[in-house]
Design a protein around this ligand. Structure first.
Ligand code: MN
Length: 242
């Protein structure tokens, strides 16, 4: 049996073929026969609240609910694009919310699960923004705004993010090796799975004298990306659009 991981789909009405790829993948045999499906953040390009009445959230909930109803647990961890996704939507979508940094037994191995942004400690400007937007009072203020105002606010936040990403060195936006080691040490694991950086790879290294690995999920901008974990193998692969 296999456990499946995806992240950084950045679903957006502007890329309808990726939304269709997501729906088709979740309806397909691999997902329906999996032990579990994990979505490790940035499922959507922008999430403005569980009360959003747009088409995309409704389609996502239908797709994940059907996986849950088929007997496959669906776990969801928020990323830096969908941190406003909460219990109300998760219930509707048949998803179980996970905290960033949760440790799960995955195919017999304790595995640390993160979105990945907290590991990018060299990006000081980003970490300051993150601290602000994860503040419950700030979030309550945003969620109290009318939907239209929140849509405009999200568009501005994406523009700010694009500017920051465009003007910041690639190395600064990657994970910090010491932050990775600390997180794994604290969790007592030798395997970490995360997304966020859009640099899909399996990195092998030594952690306190033990063989360790950090597996990075890929984004879904041009195609899909899936990690399949079995008892004796991890396979990262792309998914082509129709
Ligand atoms: Mn992210």
């Amino acid at each position: 049996m296999a456990t499946l991981f995806i992240s950084d789909l950045h679903l957006d009405p502007a890329r309808p073929q990726i939304t269709t790829l997501f729906e088709n993948y979740l309806a397909g045999d691999e997902v329906r026969h999996a032990d579990a499906l994990y979505i490790l953040g940035d499922l959507v390009e922008a999430w403005i609240g569980d009360d959003d009445d747009a088409e995309l959230p409704r389609r996502i909930a239908e797709a994940t609910r059907a996986v849950h109803d088929a007997g496959v647990p669906v776990y969801f961890m928020v990323g830096n694009r969908d941190f406003l996704l909460g219990e109300a939507f998760a219930r509707r979508a048949g998803m179980t919310l996970l905290d960033d940094g949760a440790v799960h037994g995955v195919q017999g191995r304790r595995t640390l699960l993160m979105h990945g942004d907290v590991l990018c400690t060299d990006d000081v400007a980003y970490q300051a923004v993150r601290q602000q937007v994860r503040n419950p009072q700030w979030q309550a203020q945003i969620l109290a705004m009318p939907l239209e105002a929140r849509r405009a606010f999200a568009a501005q936040a994406r523009e700010d993010s694009r500017k920051h990403t465009g003007s910041t060195m690639e190395s600064i936006m990657d994970v910090n090796a010491a932050a990775v080691a600390n997180a794994m040490r604290q969790a007592g694991v030798t395997r970490l799975i995360h997304g966020h950086t859009h640099r899909p790879a399996a990195h092998a290294f030594e952690l306190d004298g033990l063989p360790a690995e950090r597996i990075v999920l890929g984004d879904w901008y041009e195609q899909g990306s899936v990690l399949r974990v079995t008892a004796d193998d991890v396979v990262l692969r792309g998914l082509a659009t129709a």
